[in-house]
Design a protein around this ligand. Structure first.
Ligand code: CNA
Length: 407
């Protein structure tokens, strides 16, 4: 179902008086005809409630019998629909309206709804988590959930960073307890990025070897967020994952290689930093463990795992997929500060009508949310918790748990 909101509607007359809302037991609302209590629409003319097109279409019957009763508010996502504006053969398409007159109705219904009924337990979560830069707050989130549930998106991508692996025990770069602070303290560098630069590696390769020796990615397991990505992939809601991570947890979660773009490289292959010759990773890993730098047999340059350092090129795959993003209508950005170029430019590459969802426990740097697409939501919080919430809101949590054995 394609939703293109109309700004206005000529049928906004004789609306149900807003003061009368106090008398309505929102938590008990059911379709007048069939008692359905979830997929329901509230008639903005008479205040009666009927089920929507996904159930028994009783709102449509209500409209056919009383043609002036064409305006309703969805009690799922609080979107406003006019059945008169788009009723060709009564195909239930409706027309979603964004009109200022309705904001008061939406506010009051949302306060009843989230204050009194099935979202009660999430109330605090909702008010604390949503930081909506487009100022439409939670309603937009529930719109998004509806679209996701109804298979609206044709091509989706997820873009992730080190934040999705912190709950597995792997520190990120820029959090307080992250690797950058450790590096600054240990090596007294002004800019921690220097430590991860091609230049420094060529000058002092052993430093990076020593750092890699302290990390054993084999011991970590994927997080809820990794399985969330696999779940959306299996549901065909996304098809490409851009990751900046080098911990292989995407692969461990069962995400196939063909759906992954390892933007900042991989640690299971080796190369020479100078001539890019392939070098056996076992030789390099052995060198790391024994503090012995491996040099290229071809050009004598120092060798390392194919992890991209500052100053090194990203893979051709990255640029090719980046080009394709203009055809994507959904992007979910998780656990990244979006500080590293060119990765940080990916969200800008999506189709201008796409939906963009940011999930991070901090606001994301200087990112220019305003100049992105119309449909963007920033959700602040722990990404595992947010993925869990999203799965619950979509009604997929039990299925997810049964597939991934989440405790
Ligand atoms: P970053 O700059 O450290 O940003 C991580 C972001 O995630 C920060 O904004 C954090 O606040 C946020 N964050 C941390 N934990 C959570 C959480 N549980 N829930 C929600 N948000 C959280 O790292 P980026 O990925 O943006 O920077 C790219 C670098 C980091 C890439 O080159 C990576 O190779 C590199 N890196 C990778 C790993 C890994 O593979 N696991 C670990 C550390 C660094």
């Amino acid at each position: 179902m394609l939703i293109s909101p109309k700004k206005d509607c000529s049928h906004i007359t004789n609306l149900f008086p807003i003061n009368n809302f106090n008398l309505i037991p929102f938590h008990k609302l059911k379709c007048e005809e069939c008692q359905e209590n979830k997929e329901i629409l509230f008639c903005l003319i008479c205040g009666k409630v009927y089920c929507n097109r996904y159930k028994n279409k009783h709102f449509l019957n209500h409209f056919i019998q009383n043609r002036t009763h064409c305006l309703c508010i969805s009690l799922i996502d609080l979107s406003i629909w006019c059945y008169e504006c788009k009723n060709s053969q009564f195909n239930f398409k409706g027309s979603y309206i964004e009109n200022k007159i309705f904001s008061e109705y939406i506010n009051i219904i949302s306060s009843f709804k989230y204050g009194q009924n099935f979202y009660l337990n999430d109330k605090n979560l909702i008010s604390n988590l949503y930081l909506d830069y487009s100022e439409i707050s939670n309603i937009k989130y529930f719109n998004f959930i509806e679209l996701l549930k109804n298979n609206y998106f044709k091509q989706g991508t997820i873009m992730v960073g080190a934040g999705i692996s912190t709950s597995a025990g792997i520190p990120d770069f820029r959090s307080k307890s992250g690797i950058f602070n450790q590096i600054i303290n240990k090596y007294k560098l002004k800019r921690p990025e220097e430590f991860f630069s091609k230049k420094l590696f060529i000058e002092k390769p052993l430093l990076f070897y020593e750092f890699l020796k302290t990390i054993n990615f084999n011991k970590y397991s994927p997080t809820i967020t990794h399985y969330f990505m696999k779940y959306l992939l299996d549901k065909n809601m996304i098809n490409t994952i851009f990751t900046q991570n080098i911990d292989n947890l995407e692969l461990k979660a069962g995400i196939p290689n063909e759906n992954l773009i390892f933007a900042h490289g991989i640690n299971f292959k080796g190369h020479c930093v100078v001539c890019d010759n392939d070098i056996d990773i076992n030789l390099i890993n052995n060198g790391i463990q024994t503090n012995t730098v491996v040099f290229c047999p071809q050009c004598n340059g120092p060798c390392k795992p194919r992890i991209v350092l500052y100053g090194e090129d990203l893979s051709k795959d990255f640029y090719a997929k980046k080009e394709e993003l203009k055809n994507y209508d959904l992007g979910i950005v998780i656990g990244t500060s979006l500080n590293v170029e060119p990765f940080s430019g990916l969200p800008d590459c999506l189709n201008k009508n796409s939906w963009l969802i940011f999930m991070n426990n901090n606001e994301i740097g200087e990112y220019d949310y305003y100049n992105l697409t119309n449909n963007k939501i920033f959700i602040k919080g722990n990404c595992d918790e947010l993925c869990k919430k999203l799965l619950k809101d979509c009604g997929w949590w039990e299925d997810f748990k049964s597939k991934f054995n989440e405790k």
